[in-house]
Design a protein around this ligand. Structure first.
Ligand SMILES: [Zn+2]
Length: 353
């Protein structure tokens, strides 16, 4: 029997690579801040189960990046009444929120393949949520437990949005409602024993769809020990690219890559099945290794930015409180001095013979 494998963007293995790259680029202060927040996730004890003591923080950070996919199969979470047009779609409640928010994982920017009319991307989506979580992590007023929830989502979504098929939906006569980021496009002939090293999650079976092929191109393991090994094969991004932190630009890149590298021969227009060849697989793997490394460095920069703003807000609040305390003290001193003067005056007056 084939194991049922839900669509997990980049799969756990890709998300853990993004997280590892990010973790390696974080300052000690931000690592410490993320550690404190991740500990508030109910799954934290499971994340560090079996991890060596010196590795716990890094392992938890990698596992945290997969949490948003893990809740897709968690019976405590639901997709019932979880619609993007309802107020619950953007309510930032923290772990009290038991909705799966499947529509947060992508931005279905329309890609026209033939003359079929297209639809605009659904809102909220990965891009709007990334912006919302960045803002809430930067603010002092957000509750710590809510920040923990926002952080695990942010770790995941920055990875998702660097997978080109999380940035588009292709419209053609076969898919007038969009191809759901390539989920409707069937492929065959895919095989890659070099990277498919986990027989349980071997993603390269002929019934897979194009989206799943891209999600799993760097592997599908949940073994954190394998992640540093896989990370050795990632491509170091251009430093200027790594400093681009605007999700709108990430989305434009994703749509461009979908056009130039995903929906290209042997992938034709329509739902296939298309026989994926070795050349397509090689270029897909190379692209995925570039995007994962880039996502990781950008994620680190985003976290540094969020927590720098949080620290600045905290410093400003402390300075304001200090000024207020000083002003109160000065007012009290002035009051006391006035009272003393009045007493003296009274005494002097009283002393006049
Ligand atoms: Zn996802």
């Amino acid at each position: 029997m084939q194991p049922v494998r839900p669509a997990l963007a980049w799969d756990d293995f890709g998300h853990m690579q993004v997280a590892l790259v990010a973790y390696r680029h974080l300052s000690p202060a931000v690592r410490e801040r993320t550690r404190a927040l991740l500990k508030l996730n109910p799954r934290y004890p499971n994340w560090i189960l079996g991890a060596r003591p010196g590795q716990r923080d890094q392992v938890a950070f990698m596992r945290a990046a997969t949490w948003a996919d893990a809740i897709k199969g968690d019976p405590d979470y639901t997709s019932a009444n979880d619609e993007p047009n309802l107020p619950t779609a953007v309510a930032n409640l923290g772990y009290a929120d038991k909705l799966r928010h499947m529509y947060w994982h992508y931005v279905d920017q329309p890609l026209a393949a033939d003359g079929t009319p297209t639809l605009p991307a659904t809102v909220p989506n990965a891009s709007t949520q990334i912006a919302a979580f960045r803002a809430s992590l930067s603010e002092l007023s957000t509750d710590e437990a809510v920040k923990s929830y926002d952080l695990v989502w942010l770790l995941h979504l920055v990875g998702d949005i660097h997978q080109p098929l999380h940035c588009v939906a292709r419209y053609d006569r076969n898919d007038p409602g969009g191809d759901r980021g390539g989920h409707n496009v069937k492929i065959s002939g895919n095989h890659h024993p070099e990277i498919c090293d986990d027989p349980v999650y071997c993603p390269f079976n002929p019934t897979d769809d194009l989206h799943a092929f891209w999600d799993s191109i760097t592997g599908s393991s949940y073994d954190t020990d394998k992640v540093p090994v896989a990370a050795l094969a990632l491509t170091e991004p251009d430093r200027r690219d790594a400093r681009i932190l605007d999700p709108a630009i990430w989305l434009t890149e994703g749509a461009e890559l979908a056009r130039q590298a995903v929906y290209v021969s042997p992938i034709g227009v329509g739902d296939g099945p298309f026989a994926v060849d070795a050349a397509y697989q090689r270029s897909a793997l190379a692209l995925a290794r570039r995007r994962i490394a880039l996502a990781g460095q950008r994620l680190a920069a985003v976290l540094e930015e969020c927590f720098a703003q949080e620290r600045a807000a905290h410093a400003a609040q402390t300075a304001k409180a200090t000024r207020a305390a000083q002003a109160t003290k000065a007012a009290q001193a002035a009051q006391e001095s006035k009272a003393t003067k009045e007493t003296k005056t009274t005494q002097t007056t009283d002393g006049v013979p």
